[in-house]
Design a protein around this ligand. Structure first.
Ligand SMILES: Cc1ncc(COP(=O)(O)O)c(C=O)c1O
Length: 432
């Protein structure tokens, strides 16, 4: 690589340190281009992308019909603000979301916003208005965003440290985590105990739960737990908010991960991959819940930007095809097979887990004690980047290596990425 090109990367990294807030954790990667499942840095290095811009590229970087729809919309008009002048792409995206909604109830309607956190915030507002109750239940290992309320719902000190006081009327329940000894029975019992010790269920507006906990460690909620949680909600008149910001839009195979369990939530939250790379998120639910809020109670300047909506429509079209689903299932199988092999070979892999292609390795320093090994996850993701693979970690202990590969990757890209993952992991273990 020419030295002058190398200096480009160094120059931008130095400027990043000078001008950008330290509180955003960033890698030494300066992106210059991306397509499908590949990212190119400013020095011309090519990377296989197992991160997808943090789960936002299920349909691949630059999905051609989405890019074409964005261009068309850019030429027509840009921002209007839906509260100033309405436009068809917003209404059309809501129509698609209604058709595809897993929620219970008639006449599904949506509110469009800019980010997952904003979707969670609005879901809580709507649930409170619909039930007339104040309390919200979130779960262990949850991640729901970085605003004051969503950070309060999030279950990890690293995201909360120094930022209190937190939002009131948020209660924490146990979530199943079989590898760390928490079963569905334990989680249901925990909820019942919470109702005895901490909060009257009659004052709870909603529970908020990811069907596969993402930042918390790629922990799929057992199907029976979701069924039983739905039942608990029904017994107490509590609304079930399904946060599919990371697990949705085809990541686990079906459009929404909750479909694996056959449970109907009251509100669905989508985001990340919905916008095909543009900021877009949604709250979807029946008119009976959504329309309790009076006109003027919901909204925002940029929510449901026309260009993002045009992209979102193209993304949902793509994810709804049989071809996309078939490839997503193939990718899931290929990843699972290979991760299982890695797990069998490397003792530091405590568990291989996930749902569909939302798969991860939990790393431990000793399989007997299950002591979390965040240093191995860090060394693996750093080593992978040096070898040409973008890979992320997650988990309460930071010891889980997760895969969020665009679901358009070729077999060659997947195999090469998995080779690098294994090589980096084995190397990290040998140095530990
Ligand atoms: C399940 C879940 N909910 C909410 C959010 C917050 O989304 P955003 O970062 O778009 O605010 C995330 C982000 O990772 C998420 O994974």
């Amino acid at each position: 690589m020419a030295t002058t090109q190398q200096l480009e990367s160094d120059r931008i990294l130095a400027a990043r340190d000078r001008y950008v807030a330290r509180g955003i954790a960033t890698p030494n990667l300066v992106v210059a281009g991306a397509s499908g499942a590949e990212v190119v840095d400013i020095d011309g290095r090519r990377y296989i992308d197992f991160a997808g811009g943090l789960g936002c590229q299920n349909t691949g970087h630059g999905l051609p019909p989405a890019v074409a729809a964005m261009h068309e919309q850019i030429d027509r008009y840009l921002h209007q603000c839906f509260m100033v002048g309405i436009y068809e792409p917003y209404v059309e995206l809501c129509r698609r979301l209604a058709e595809l909604s897993p929620c219970r109830g008639a006449e599904q309607r949506s509110l469009l916003v800019n980010s997952g956190a904003e979707a969670v915030e609005n879901a809580v507002k709507i649930a409170r208005a619909a039930t007339g109750r104040p309390a919200v239940i979130a779960f262990d290992n949850a991640f729901h965003g970085r605003t004051l309320l969503t950070m309060t719902l999030t279950s990890k000190v690293a995201y909360r440290k120094g930022f209190g006081p937190f939002a009131p009327e948020v209660y924490r329940a146990r979530a199943p985590y079989p590898y760390r000894g928490v079963s569905s029975d334990d989680a249901v019992a925990g909820l019942e105990l919470l109702f005895k010790k901490e909060v009257d269920p009659a004052s709870v507006a909603c529970v908020v739960l990811e069907p596969v906990q993402g930042e918390g460690g790629f922990i799929p909620m057992p199907a029976d737990f979701l069924v039983r949680l739905r039942d608990v909600c029904d017994r107490h008149g509590i609304l079930y908010v399904d946060d599919e910001v990371q697990s949705g839009v085809g990541r686990t195979g079906p459009l929404w991960a909750i479909e694996h369990a056959g449970v109907q939530p009251d509100l669905l939250l989508s985001g990340k991959s919905l916008g095909g790379g543009l900021p877009l998120a949604a709250v979807t639910g029946s008119a009976a819940v959504m329309d309790v809020v009076e006109p003027g109670g919901l909204g925002g300047t940029f929510g449901g930007n026309p260009v993002a909506c045009a992209a979102g429509i193209a993304v949902l079209d793509e994810v709804g095809t049989d071809r996309f689903r078939a490839r997503a299932d193939e990718i899931a199988e290929r990843l699972q097979t290979r991760l299982d092999q890695i797990g069998a070979r490397v003792p530091e892999v405590g568990e291989v887990r996930g749902l569909g292609s939302m798969l991860a390795l939990e790393l431990v320093s000793d399989p007997a004690t299950r002591e979390p090994a965040p240093q191995l996850a860090l060394a693996t993701t750093t080593g992978a980047r040096e070898r040409g693979l973008i890979l992320l970690s997650c988990g309460l202990y930071g010891n889980v290596v997760r895969i969020l590969v665009p679901l358009v990757a070729s077999d060659e890209e997947l195999d090469r990425g998995l080779d690098i993952l294994e090589e980096s992991l084995v190397d990290a273990c040998s140095r530990d």
